[in-house]
Design a protein around this ligand. Structure first.
Ligand code: SAM
Length: 284
């Protein structure tokens, strides 16, 4: 079942959280003058217009990137990479274009770095090919993400990160995501792995389950960063989202704390609407 299209959700609050943390992790990795690999297991099309039919239909970006740009606080100092990408795409100020994770990753690759993007949906994959097919640093895979990650890891350059951002259209995505991260980390313990998850209405929410499964992997330096953007209803909607960062690089956890504090007052529900907790100990 591949009915999810990220164009409907591009630039929403979940994208903002995920992409700020993605930038923070890559910017840390880039500090060393050594090549790295970034693997994006659920890439989507890579870049989105917010003024076309899809994004306008849901208007989700209004509560995400549009709101953030109105009250960015100190975030442009904390994660300058994210804001320069947004500003370069929208030179006139109005946010009409939003970068998907592959676009952000591409902008942060240096000549010696590699991007590996996986996507199964035929239309999204066509967009991915159009947007990134000519970049020799990037390889594109039209295949299942979980099978693909298992086949690709370890990549020739083992330094770097994995972003796993499933659509959770099928319930099995929860368990599969965590186990596939566990297996990938076992084969390549030098990489940082990031897993995005939604916080849904009370009757549908699986966030506690995914967190306890993530904890069970016992990967060193695993952190959970979560933000609530609305009240949790009984049966409907998404009220927040989170990222689990496995093998989080030194000092990036502190930066993520700063990101969350800023997001609480821009796109969140105010003070104390975020949590940053450690799911495993250092070197456990
Ligand atoms: N990571 C993207 C970003 O931040 O811009 C958004 C990705 S979107 C949430 C999830 C994507 O995963 C969709 O484009 C969907 O087609 C794709 N997808 C869903 N199941 C998949 C699978 N089993 N294998 C590969 N791609 C899959």
């Amino acid at each position: 079942m591949l009915s999810y299209r990220h164009g409907f959700h591009a630039g929403n609050s979940a994208d903002v959280l995920k992409h700020l943390i993605l930038c923070a992790v890559i910017s840390y990795i880039r500090k060393k003058d050594k090549p790295f690999t970034i693997i994006d297991t659920h890439a989507g099309g890579g870049i989105y217009r917010l003024d076309d039919g899809m994004a306008e239909k849901t208007g989700e970006a209004k509560d995400g990137i549009v709101k953030l740009m109105q009250h960015p606080g100190k975030l442009p100092e904390i994660v300058p990479e994210y804001f320069s990408i947004i500003r370069d795409l929208n030179p006139e100020g109005k946010i009409a274009v939003y970068p998907g994770s592959p676009y952000i990753e591409q902008q942060l690759l240096r000549d010696s770095d590699k991007g590996i993007f996986i996507e199964l949906h035929p239309t999204e994959f066509d967009a991915l090919r159009l947007n990134f097919g000519r970049d020799r640093r990037i390889s594109l895979h039209r295949r299942d993400s979980f099978e693909g990650l298992d086949a690709i890891v370890p990549p020739p350059v083992r330094r770097g990160a994995v972003l796993m951002d499933p659509a959770y259209e099928v319930d099995t995505d929860y368990a599969k995501s965590v186990s596939s991260i566990g297996e990938a980390f076992r084969k390549c313990p030098t990489m940082t792995m990031m897993l995005w998850y939604p916080v849904l209405s009370k009757s549908r929410d699986r966030s506690q389950k995914i967190l306890s499964e993530a904890r069970r992997l016992a990967i060193p330096d695993t952190w959970r960063a979560e933000i609530r953007t609305s009240e949790q209803e009984e049966d409907f909607g998404m009220c927040g989202s989170g990222m689990i960062i496995f093998n989080c690089p030194f000092s990036v956890d502190r930066k993520i704390g700063e990101i969350l504090s800023c997001l609480e007052v821009s796109i969140g529900m105010g003070r104390n609407s975020s949590v940053l907790t450690r799911l495993s100990e250092k070197g456990c």
